[in-house]
Ligand binder design. Sequence first.
Ligand SMILES: Nc1ncnc2c1ncn2[C@@H]1O[C@H](COP(=O)(O)OP(=O)(O)OP(=O)(O)O)[C@@H](O)[C@H]1O
Length: 277
Amino acid sequence: MRDSVAGTTTGMSISIQGVTKIYGRDSAHEFEALKPISMDIKAGEFVSIVGPSGCGKSTLMLMVAGLLPMSSGVIEIGGRVVTKAFTDVGIAFQDHLLLDFRTALDNVLLQAEIRHIDKDALRSRAVDLFRQLRLEQAMGKYPRQMSGGMRQRVSLIRTIVHEPPVLMLDEPFGALDALTRLQVRSDLESLWLRNKSTVLFITHSVEEAVGLSDRIFVMSPSPGEIIEEITVDLPRPRPISLTGSAEFGKYAGHIYALFEKMGVLHGMAPAAAGSGA
Ligand SMILES: Nc1ncnc2c1ncn2[C@@H]1O[C@H](COP(=O)(O)OP(=O)(O)OP(=O)(O)O)[C@@H](O)[C@H]1O
């Protein structure tokens, strides 16, 4: 299939053409958040968007999900123009948003109630996913009885349990400690490899982008625009230990260099760098 990545996929292609966002248009507080953005994401592709805070990453994702009107441009998912909220999607944000009064399993099964999916079929998929992430012991627990990392991993299961063709993940690991973040990154890759949905992943973390993506779009500071598209040609699965390899480091180093060039990261002045004081 021309517009899908190699292998079996349940995903849909996403086409973003000349999409811009101006908040408060024609008001005294008009603010240009996004310059024209264009990208074609293949069905089953894992794509990350990295960029500095405030460059418009969440704005772009909300427009792709049909949750925020764009100022100009066209977005298509699976060849259909997005004109309203796109429901065939799993969305996850930094906040896990689990319901306090439901157990982990019941939080996941919420998808059956909202989407009118057969509950037994969903339950068996959910239990399978809890097992895959070695979280069986959390199924009967309430969110207050779980660690932050467990809650976020349960939230990830809820995001994907109904096997949506498109996943949109906005900094889903942002609130986690460094070690748990690594675990959830690895979980996400193994879950994605099961059915290869199309993933739009927003992150500040260069290592997460390189560790997970087929392609990375690097954005400029606000108003955001795409300054580089990088194809990550690393084998899968990508164990966390790969992060220390020279190959991985080349990709990460290149993105950090772009951030330095844009003034997002400031290096040490040559004199100070050499002083050793
Ligand atoms: N409803 C709004 N009205 C006006 N400006 C907004 C609105 N929502 C976002 N913005 C502004 O648009 C810009 C882009 O915001 P957005 O949240 O998309 O950035 P981001 O790249 O996701 O940031 P972060 O990485 O910090 O989450 C920011 O300057 C933000 O203040």
